[in-house]
Design a protein around this ligand. Structure first.
Ligand SMILES: Nc1nc2c(ncn2[C@@H]2O[C@H](COP(=O)(O)OP(=O)(O)OP(=O)(O)O)[C@@H](O)[C@H]2O)c(=O)[nH]1
Ligand SMILES: [Mg+2]
Length: 193
């Protein structure tokens, strides 16, 4: 996909605020600070459209972006961030769950994991949740630039094993630094549109 336009539509916290269109939608899921917003920016060739931060917990609302007027990306708050209160975390959990289980135009979830580390318990839970609701899932193993190429396959294997990865899903090696995996990610997303 050649991206010619991208902009934020709305930051939503409840369904009444979701954009009322039937454009195909892709949501980002993943641990706080794993690189969801960076993935969006890389895919759109935009440096600062989705806000990124070295501090976890940057994204706190469902941020809808429209691309070329034909699809949406939805940036979702990350899970596993320790420094939020229990009630706040429960509210986020509810907001994300409502979105994922009710949004009809959601075509697939892009679940971002950190290639450097085995998936966390929260990563496994999120993947199981998506499988349970039969939501198509694309696993993006990011930050590949942080480990030597010779170790990529070994780390991918650990990721597959820990997630109990379904071979019908896609897994992509990615780097928001170098752009590795970007074309592959676009062709997979396009296959869901
Ligand atoms: N080296 C490297 N750093 C990355 C990559 N992707 C993201 N980062 C860095 O990781 C940090 C977090 O990135 P974000 O994109 O803000 O992460 P997020 O998942 O949106 O975080 P929350 O909004 O807090 O859930 C930033 O410092 C990014 O620069 C990558 O592919 N390679
Ligand atoms: Mg973010």
């Amino acid at each position: 996909m050649k991206v010619t336009s991208s902009e934020i539509v709305i930051s939503a916290v409840k369904p009444e605020q979701y954009p009322e269109t039937d454009l195909p939608e892709f949501a980002l899921a993943g641990r706080s600070n794993v690189g969801k917003s960076s993935f969006i920016n890389k895919m759109l060739n935009r440096k600062g459209l989705a806000r990124i931060s070295s501090k976890p917990g940057k994204t706190q609302t469902l941020n809808f972006y429209v691309i070329n007027e034909v699809l949406h990306f939805v940036d979702v708050p990350g899970y596993g961030y320790a420094k939020v209160s229990k009630s706040e975390r429960a509210a986020w959990g509810k907001m994300i769950e409502t979105y994922l289980t009710t949004r009809e135009q959601l075509r697939a979830v892009v679940q971002i994991v950190d290639l450097r580390h085995p998936p966390s318990e929260d990563d496994v839970m999120m993947y199981d949740f998506l499988k349970h609701y039969e939501i198509p899932c694309i696993i993006v193993a990011t930050k590949a630039d942080k480990i030597p190429k010779g170790k990529w396959q070994k780390h991918l294997k650990i990721t597959r094993e820990k997630l109990n990865f379904d071979q019908n899903d896609h897994m992509i090696l990615f780097s928001s630094e170098t752009g590795l995996g970007k074309d592959q990610a676009w062709s997979i997303l396009e296959s869901y549109m």
